[in-house]
Design a protein around this ligand. Structure first.
Ligand SMILES: [Zn+2]
Length: 191
């Protein structure tokens, strides 16, 4: 059951991630609650390519594939809320990796928090690292192996299954736009 308090915490954490509220402010707002600051990866950091990224220890996202629908390859995309970084673009569920997490653990945790995807419904088969020099984004590639009820949290306008061929027609998050051709290659080479 998702409680009202959990919703509020999710919203605060989302605001912090979007740069609208620092994690410390979020924590102070929720004085006595430690859930918001348990994510020690939260924070902005620069990379060797001159970008600014969310995730002090890097970040990870989930490329979730479903090939059961009409025999086509479908990918789960997140339409990012307007107030987030790169708001309004389409990308993958994911976010900052904590220091104690593997990229797979981070991607699965974020996917559950942001989209309600249970780890048990996912079978990971590959990882792809986008190394910016001093900062890395790991895309975790996985198959959907069980029914999931998608739950869009505050950071998502929408969660949608999109056919692979149609992805490039959407306004994509710049990070996802950069890695999608390599990801598609990985997926194709497996088939
Ligand atoms: Zn970068």
């Amino acid at each position: 059951m998702v409680s009202f308090r959990a919703d509020v915490l999710n919203l605060l954490r989302g605001l912090a991630r979007g740069g609208l509220l620092s994690p410390v402010q979020a924590w102070c707002t929720q004085s006595g609650q430690t859930r918001v600051v348990e994510h020690d990866g939260n924070g902005w950091v620069g990379c060797g390519q001159g970008h600014r990224h969310w995730g002090r220890h890097g970040a990870a996202g989930l490329l979730l594939l479903d090939q059961r629908l009409e025999g086509e390859l479908w990918v789960l995309l997140q339409h990012r809320a307007e107030w987030t970084a790169n708001g309004g673009t389409w990308g993958l569920p994911g976010g900052a990796k904590d220091s104690h997490e593997s990229p797979v653990e981070a991607a699965l945790r974020e996917s559950f928090e942001e989209a309600g995807i249970r780890p048990a419904a996912v079978r990971v088969f590959d990882e792809l690292v986008d190394d910016h020099g001093g900062w890395r984004y790991t895309t975790v590639l996985a198959d959907l192996v069980a029914q999931v009820d998608l739950i869009a949290q505050a950071e998502s306008q929408e969660l949608r299954w999109v056919q692979a061929w149609a992805i490039e027609e959407l306004p994509l998050h710049p990070g996802f736009a950069r890695t999608w051709p390599r990801l598609r290659q990985r997926v194709r080479s497996r088939q």
